[in-house]
Design a protein around this ligand. Structure first.
Ligand SMILES: C[S@@+](CC[C@H](N)C(=O)[O-])C[C@H]1O[C@@H](n2cnc3c(N)ncnc32)[C@H](O)[C@@H]1O
Length: 257
């Protein structure tokens, strides 16, 4: 996968892209990350990229010309044109399903806004997609781009080492992950569930699945409701037996409508 990032602050990516899984994926050529400074396409001698908002108001708005020119210059750098994604608090709220959808693409081009935001014509006539990483406002699209790149890269085949697993992680099957423990089995008198020491794989699997269901029910009833609506062929599907067990544990009837 190739990801082109248009930003006024390429230096903000240095730390996150130079460590851990992202750095390893770049090194193994699983992903190509290309940073482009929007200022290179700024207007005039001073490479101006922003201006005051029409109609008045606080802050500066990123001008359309540098962003359009940047995308037009960057797209031909690779034979496959990328999906142009504007990072904005007004976009589709990022979920694992959206990450999975974007991870299928050979290329994306991310536009990071800054200041008061981006001229609306970029959204209307240049962006193919708009992504928000949460219902809060960041100072710029850069942290959002880093979050998106991290979530995407760990999905790419070969990016994770054998010690890291995608399948059982939170959100992978629409549920939160079960609790994890490591050595020592007794830490300051705090133990771990006996089943994890039993060596009985089927029992461990069952315990984990049930913990995952219970945890999701207690912390994220919205996700559980979705999982309860899953089709039988869906991995996330909750069996009748599991539903009965959950209802007993929670002492409540579960509604899947
Ligand atoms: C201060 S924000 C501008 C917010 C804009 N005035 C609004 O109310 O929608 C500056 C830039 O940060 C980025 N940004 C802020 N919050 C974000 C979020 N939750 N998700 C993705 N990008 C975000 C966008 O690129 C945005 O253009």
């Amino acid at each position: 996968m190739r990801i082109d990032i248009l930003t006024l602050f390429p230096e903000m990516f240095r730390g996150p892209f130079e460590a851990s899984i992202i750095a390893r994926a770049v090194e193994r050529q699983i992903v190509k990350l290309e940073l482009h400074n929007l200022r290179d396409w700024g207007e005039g001698r001073h490479h101006v990229v922003d201006d005051a908002p029409y109609g008045g108001g606080a802050g500066m708005v990123l001008k359309p010309e540098p962003i359009f020119r940047a995308v037009e210059a960057v797209q031909p750098l690779s034979p496959e044109p990328g999906r142009v994604v504007l990072l904005t608090p007004q976009g589709r709220l990022l979920t694992q399903a959206i990450v999975d959808e974007l991870a299928e693409l050979p290329r994306i081009v991310l536009i990071c806004g800054h200041y008061e935001g981006v001229d609306e014509r970029v959204r209307e006539h240049l962006a193919d997609d708009e992504i928000s990483i949460g219902d809060y406002v960041l100072s710029g699209g850069e942290p959002a781009a880093i979050v998106l790149v991290d979530a995407l890269v760990r999905r790419l085949p070969g990016a994770l080492g054998s010690e890291e697993s995608l399948v059982e992680e939170s959100h992978a099957q629409g549920l939160l992950e079960y609790p994890q423990y490591t050595r020592p089995a007794d830490f300051r008198g705090l133990g771990i569930p006996d089943v994890l020491l039993s060596g009985h794989h089927e029992e461990v699997r069952r315990w984990r699945r049930r913990q995952s269901l219970l945890r999701t029910a207690r912390r994220r009833p919205d996700l559980l409701a979705q999982a309860l609506r899953a089709e039988p062929q869906d991995e996330a599907c909750i069996s009748d037996e599991e539903r009965r067990w959950l209802e007993e544990e929670l002492e409540t009837k579960l509604d899947s409508d």
